[in-house]
Ligand binder design. Structure first.
Ligand SMILES: [Fe+2]
Ligand SMILES: [Fe+2]
Length: 178
């Protein structure tokens, strides 16, 4: 048994070998390193632009996490229940990453509930809009970042949210062939 740690979210993973993706934030395998090599890279001075972008990203993640929690609770499809639950946890982890870099302990006041739909199909379409928006915003935020750590985090998130688009496309296909 070994201990690994994710360079993006910082969470530890205990297992026989490194996972292909961080189970907490979804970061790709190259960000998973042996725990002994891990260092806290979040203690950085932020430019005004990055602070503003991280605050916007935090709101996006909180809203998306709440949306997925709602979608998971409402569906009767067992696959979608799992998919939405997994997404809710990952997006909450993303919010925690942004809060850490912003040195915010409590982001409860930013938390707002987002209603989802009753139909799975519409929730998947909404998810596609949310994930596409996140990818576009994070590409822009990465390009605007003067801090290498902030750029790296947004680039990792672009990959993760792009994975979520693929997941949605797969789920849409699965529903249409049912
Ligand atoms: Fe996210
Ligand atoms: Fe996502």
């Amino acid at each position: 048994m070994k201990v690994y740690r994710c360079r993006i979210c910082g969470d530890p993973y205990l297992g026989y070998k490194a996972p292909t993706n961080c189970p907490f934030c979804g970061a790709h395998g190259r960000y998973i390193i042996p725990a002994r090599e891990w260092r806290d890279e979040n203690n950085i001075e932020l430019s005004a632009a990055s602070r503003k972008n991280l605050e916007e990203a935090l709101k996006i993640e909180l809203s998306n996490s709440e949306f997925y929690r709602c979608a998971s609770a409402r569906t009767s499809n067992i696959y979608l229940q799992g998919m939405f639950k997994g997404l809710a946890k990952i997006e909450a982890e993303h919010a925690a990453i942004h809060a850490k870099i912003l040195k915010m302990d409590d982001c409860a006041d930013l938390y707002h509930s987002d209603a989802c739909n009753d139909e799975d199909e519409r929730n998947i379409d909404d998810s596609l809009i949310r994930e596409t928006n996140a990818v576009e915003k994070y590409k822009l935020f990465a390009s605007q970042a003067v801090e290498s750590r902030v750029r790296e985090v947004f680039e990792a998130l672009v990959e993760i949210e792009s994975d979520h688009i693929l997941l949605d496309q797969g789920a849409k296909q699965h529903l249409s062939t049912k």
